[in-house]
Write a protein that binds this ligand. Structure first.
Ligand SMILES: *Cc1c(COP(=O)(O)O)cnc(C)c1O
Length: 387
């Protein structure tokens, strides 16, 4: 195991509101520690109220919420799910676990989201769903994607792991498709260490979602007094987080709007500081389409093709700044090649993923630190062959 180097400016630092421990103590005092207690109910109510979703269900992670979505779709081996290759592994794993085939489609060069213009041509008789990823909390072109899904009878699953509080045409990400998945992992905007939620946006999936989450039983109906005993109804698993996790999350959800504003202020500062480098052709900044309000989840830049990214990251590291890159495109990874297939070439995915750098982004990052990061980045680029 490599020891983690300590950075003067880390890549991420989890933000805590101060209320988390109070709520955990409250859960402890109540003596209800398993899932679906009062704090879980408060989180569900807050998520439903803020997103307009029919039903929010806390899970252990976004990965677990995506696995629930795949179970809800009742996918059969060989069924296909269209998705970007430029995403985190869980988007694909959740469906591959059901024997479905991830079909990778290229991304747009501006938002790095699934290119909606390429989706329809990737549909086959085996296609069951489109899994969109709202990269960096910036929405995919959802009206187009939802219309395509509608025409072909497909379900849209939103991997909104990065999209909490962000909107598309005024509507919350995660509540636009039939199913949406949030992440509350400590690297995301609203956190509980590990954690997630599934948003169920279609009435006819609600009951089955509860059953899948409760080990395949109708235990939730039993607790509501709708049935006089609970029994095994279908395959399912245990997707409920404990009340201790829900208590932590409750404190975070109460401040979700405020902490998003604070992230956006930091994002805006980077964006302003980096404008002149974009003008000079040294790098490219993120693009936010007019219909999208993002949530400041991440600040990234796209380097010029001549710039050696590894050297840039190395120079930043030598100045105590932790910047990172991602993703290794799934279609180029061993499991992606074994379990998935690409729809044609994915030139934008290959190009963008090789040039992207994420800068430190967390609440508490000071203006001076941001100026230092941008100055160091400019020097690092100059030393790495870019301008
Ligand atoms: C973080 C992330 C996930 C996984 O979230 P977990 O809560 O850690 O399971 C999935 N998809 C995307 C796009 C992510 O950014």
């Amino acid at each position: 195991m490599m020891t983690a180097p300590s950075f003067a400016i880390p890549f991420n630092r989890p933000y805590m509101t101060g209320k988390e421990v109070t709520y955990i103590a409250e859960a402890h005092g109540l003596g209800h520690l398993a899932g679906d207690g009062p704090f879980t109910k408060r989180c569900h109510a807050m998520l439903e109220a803020s997103t307009g979703s029919l039903q929010a269900l806390l899970t252990h992670s976004c990965t677990a919420a995506l696995e629930m979505a795949a179970l809800l779709l009742d996918l059969q081996p060989g069924d296909e799910v269209i998705m970007p290759s430029y995403t985190f592994v869980s988007t694909a794993n959740a469906f591959a676990l059901r024997g479905a085939v991830p079909v990778f489609v290229d991304i747009r060069a501006d938002t790095l989201n699934l290119d909606e213009q390429l989706v329809e041509a990737a549909i086959t008789p085996r296609t069951r769903a489109i899994a969109v990823v709202h990269y960096a909390g910036v929405a995919c072109e959802m009206d187009t994607i939802l219309a395509i899904a509608d025409r072909h009878g497909l379900i849209v699953v939103e991997d909104a792991a990065q999209g909490v509080v962000a909107t598309y045409k005024g509507r919350q990400l995660g509540a636009l498709g039939q199913l949406g998945a949030y992440s509350f992992h400590e690297t995301k905007n609203v956190i509980s260490g590990e954690g997630g939620a599934l948003l169920v946006n279609r009435e006819d999936l609600r009951l089955q979602a509860e059953i899948i989450r409760e080990k395949g039983t109708d235990r939730s109906r039993f607790f509501r007094g709708e049935v006089d005993k609970y029994t095994w109804q279908s395959i399912g698993s245990s997707f409920l987080p404990s009340e201790l996790t829900a208590a932590f999350l409750c404190a975070q959800l109460e401040e979700a709007t405020d902490l998003t504003q604070r992230r956006l202020a930091i994002w805006d500062t980077y964006h302003a500081l980096l404008a002149r480098f974009e003008t000079a052709g040294v790098l490219r900044r993120p693009v936010i389409p007019a219909e999208c309000v993002h949530n400041g989840h991440m600040y990234y830049v796209i380097l010029d093709r001549k710039t050696d990214r590894q050297r840039v990251l190395g120079s930043l590291k030598s100045e105590g700044i932790h910047a990172v890159f991602h993703y290794v495109p799934l279609h180029s990874a061993p499991a992606g090649q074994n379990l998935g297939r690409s729809h044609g070439e994915l030139p934008v995915t290959d190009d963008m993923s090789s040039r992207l750098i994420r800068l430190p982004m967390w609440i508490g990052l000071t203006n001076e630190q941001q100026v230092h990061v941008v100055d160091a980045l400019a020097r690092a680029i100059e030393n790495a062959g870019g301008h």
